[in-house]
Design a protein around this ligand. Sequence first.
Ligand code: DOR
Ligand code: ZN
Length: 343
Amino acid sequence: MTTLTLARPDDWHLHLRDGAMMRAVLPWTARDFGRAIIMPNLVPPIVTGAQAGAYRDRILAALPEGSAFEPLMTLYLTEDTDADDVAAAHASGLVKAVKLYPAGATTNSASGVTNFDNVRLVLDRMAEIGLPLCVHGEVTDHDVDIFDREAVFIDRTLDPIRKATPGLRVVMEHITTSNAVDYARAQDDSLGATITTHHLVINRNHILAGGIKPHYYCLPVAKREEHRLALRAAATSGEARFFLGTDSAPHTDANKLLPCGCAGCFTAPNTLPILAQVFEEDGALDRLEAFTSKNGPAFYGLPVNADTITLTKTAPDLPGHIDTEDGAVTVFDPGFDLTWSVQ
Ligand code: DOR
Ligand code: ZN
């Protein structure tokens, strides 16, 4: 196969940041994707409907001329979140999901949730109105090994929340373990799971063996090879519960290459060429469109994008890094030569 036409993909988990960084990274997503769920972990976070509306306006103002890219806004759940404000932001069509960060789990998550009893009313309201909860699924307990934090979160936090809030629609975001794949498969269609580009490509050896690779460090951290293989099998299965959320998370090289560097892989520019290659290698090119373009809209109750993109079997001309006013941002290196280009 030398050309591949897909309904235009969407990205169901994206960090655009703000200001100069947003202006530099947004065109890369807007070039290939129709819509994206925009993460609210700015400093300070996007907590209210009014803040989400203002952030959406800043994104729209930064879009390249003529772009039809649509940012789908989220609210950052805190223990002070007002259920009425959430419901109003959803009713107006502005907000498509609420994001749960356990406090301290990752970049800019300090305002997240510590005591889940304090968000119970908001979760109940979300179940009532059908507004999905996007979950960063890691416990933050210091006595839990970082490679076990996702599996422990499923048992200790996620499953109890879902049982206590019947009908709540939940997205397990950026899953990294076979435990998460198995849990997702055992649930009804109120549960979806996103998988990133980079977790289909790297395992923890890529980060740590033969020298530390800060550009491969992200959260949840990549796990053992057996987990990567489980993620690949899930992504390429075509099953409706699994869809693409790149978690493309730009940080300047200056902030990555530190004694205590930031978590995040910047995959917006080369996600589709990487995915085409991954699906081709696994004999699943016919299921790529389900993962990138169909399963996500179905979960969110949105139409599939009406336009298409075409990939051709030629090496893409993509930069190794992009320049921003804040400094260079390195593009994720999959460790192999890419063979598909977005036309
Ligand atoms: O690697 C990550 N980077 N994981 C997250 O959950 C947050 C993200 C970021 O905002 O940089
Ligand atoms: Zn993220």
